[in-house]
Design a protein around this ligand. Structure first.
Ligand code: ASP
Length: 584
């Protein structure tokens, strides 16, 4: 036996037992006649002691141990003189009688400590060392725990996990596909799934009325901190359900997870129609940990000679509580913030509602104290508040004010990591207009069903049709989304037509699904939750990368295995591929 115990379990109750431990040398220190070694494994750290007086030879050997050597020791558990109450094994140490070096180690390129001296790049290159560190280990164990709880919850309510293939044909879900050339079928390609969408619908046709899968999905998109080219979804689908059933099941699962993982009891989730979310927060994933809702004030500010407001489609503001004392400098900073190219507002109008009841604004030339009082009343503001107002076309203005609202939320410390504010955004529009390409896109995906009572305007006013599509949003993060699906061949064909597919294209790409709909497809719907994001939220971080054992960097590369990489000419030949152009 290479060990009788692990490095995290021995306590005062084991004193005088002879034990064998194996693990990595975290660090060692020589104190006069004694050498202390911290031995580490996944479970914790146990202190080993070697005594020069009682066993000089062994002690000499211990002094030669380097960091990260893998050793096995035999010894007696003893009570420590100076106890360390910060670790579970802090009351004991092992007085070592035998030492066996199982493997030596080069000096690691960074310290294997909670706070390491290694930068991101080097840690990723030696990720197998990085994941020895406690913070990453905790993250991966958290991920394991969340996955286990998801499976247990869904299993208990009759969901079955079914694997779907990774080598498929592309499903148009808005992103680019990763493709894989087929050697056996020259000139053809598989695509890696952006999600198992069509397969899970086929499983419903197949009668597996409650399906789920913790599944890898692949999307060739530009990357950000919360995106990876391959990521994991909790993918689910149910038959004989309406939207209400799905929201209930997955609200139940989310509450269960928060209870088990964070010890947090959640109230019932708010439900906000998409149109309201956009009107009140300028976002389809509002952070509702704090208020500061948008107030539209067109009718109060137009026709007073201020051209910018007169010309604007929308004039809308937020009320920042107790900020009337903002200095010129602070206000300039906010103006610079909204003018950043990513945000794109032209300017910012402010109104200070002073403690004495007077108003001071950047548009005093055009608006009297009475005018501003009406604005302040409409925005339900109090003395001491600061009103921040943007104007312009509706979409851009809402977008910019959303960013400003979040920024103010940060400045005023209203976005507490330990507070969780979940909600469902419901009633999404079915389609969105792509003005660049002059065509409709499915807002969710082409399999989402129109609301039945709006079917009749699908051909006349497609932009007005809503869907039973929903997103789960927590703290401003889109955790998941799904919809009730079309299960009728003709409606699906009509939908493809609206999306600009010719009949042949639709048949070529989705004939299998439309055919399946002719063999008794049940009504169905589903959802997929971003597993990495959910775990990151439980861990209190914005970056999903920290919760993935072997993540890719911002350029989609794995610097440890140097991937993606070129392949040999004969491999290219075998796949009938020819590289004609490489961008560097
Ligand atoms: N397949 C969808 C997605 O990946 C989720 C769903 O509609 O169930 O976003």
């Amino acid at each position: 036996m290479l060990r009788t115990h692990n490095c995290g379990e021995l306590t005062i109750s084991n004193v005088n037992q002879e034990v064998i431990l194996s693990g990595w040398v975290q660090k060692s220190r020589d104190l006069g006649g004694m050498t202390f070694v911290d031995l580490r494994d996944r479970y914790g750290i146990t202190q080993l002691v070697f005594n020069m007086e009682t066993n000089a030879e062994l002690c000499e050997e211990a002094r030669k141990l380097g960091r990260e050597f893998v050793i096995q020791i035999k010894g007696i558990v003893s009570e420590r003189e100076s106890k360390n109450n910060k670790i579970a094994t802090g009351e004991i140490e092992i007085v070592v009688s035998e030492l066996n070096i199982l493997n030596i180690s080069k000096t690691p390129p960074f310290t294997i400590e909670n706070e390491t001296d290694g930068g991101e790049e080097i840690r990723m290159k030696y990720r197998y060392l990085d994941i020895r560190r406690n913070p990453i280990k905790e993250n991966l164990l958290l991920r394991n725990k969340v996955g286990f709880e998801v499976r247990s919850y869904l299993h208990n309510i009759d969901f079955v996990e079914v694997e779907t293939p990774y080598l498929i044909k592309s499903t148009p879900e808005g992103a680019r596909d990763f493709v894989v050339p087929s050697r056996m079928n020259p000139g053809t390609f598989y695509a890696l799934p952006q999600s198992p969408q069509t397969f899970k619908q086929l499983l419903m046709v197949g009668g597996y009325d409650r399906y789920y899968q913790l599944v890898k999905c692949f999307r060739d998109e530009d990357l950000r901190a919360d995106r990876q080219p391959e990521f994991t979804q909790i993918d689910c689908e149910m038959s004989f359900v309406d939207q209400e059933d799905i929201l209930n099941v997955f609200e139940g699962m989310t509450k269960h997870l928060f209870k088990k993982i964070k010890g947090v009891e959640m109230n019932d989730f708010l439900r906000i129609p998409y149109d309201d979310a956009m009107r009140l927060y300028g976002s389809d994933k509002p952070d509702i940990r704090f208020g500061m809702q948008f107030v539209e004030i067109n009718e109060l500010v137009k026709n007073k000679g201020f051209k910018i407001f007169d010309d604007a489609e929308l004039v809308v503001g937020i009320c920042a509580p107790n900020c009337a004392n903002y200095s010129r400098k602070q206000l300039d900073k906010l103006t610079d913030f909204v003018r950043k190219p990513q945000i794109g507002a032209k300017g910012l109008v402010y109104v200070k509602y002073n403690e004495d009841g007077s108003f001071k604004s950047s548009v005093d030339k055009f608006y009297s104290q009475e005018d501003l009082q009406l604005v302040a009343d409409k925005m339900k503001s109090n003395k001491g508040d600061l009103l921040l107002i943007l104007s312009g076309d509706k979409d851009h203005t809402r977008n910019a004010l959303n960013e400003l609202r979040l920024e103010m939320g940060n400045r005023l410390n209203l976005r507490d990591k330990n507070v969780y504010a979940p909600l469902w955004v419901i009633d999404f529009p079915l389609l969105e207009w792509d003005s660049d390409n002059e065509r409709w896109h499915a807002m969710h995906h082409p399999f989402t069903a129109p609301k039945p009572d709006e079917m009749d305007i699908l051909s006349t006013e497609p932009g007005k049709v809503h869907a039973n599509a929903y997103d789960l949003v927590i703290n401003g993060v889109e955790i998941g989304g799904g919809s009730i699906r079309i299960y009728n061949k003709d409606i699906q064909a009509q939908m493809f037509k609206h999306l600009g597919f010719s009949e042949e294209d639709a048949k070529e790409q989705f004939g299998f699904l439309m055919n399946a709909f002719e063999y008794g497809a049940p009504p169905h719907g589903g959802i997929a939750l971003g597993f990495d994001r959910l775990v990151a939220m439980f861990g209190g971080s914005d970056s999903i990368r920290d919760y993935i054992a072997f993540p890719k960097n911002n350029s989609g590369q794995d610097v440890m295995i140097s991937s993606p990489s070129t392949i040999a000419d004969n491999q290219l030949d075998e796949l009938f591929l020819k590289i004609t152009k490489v961008n560097d």
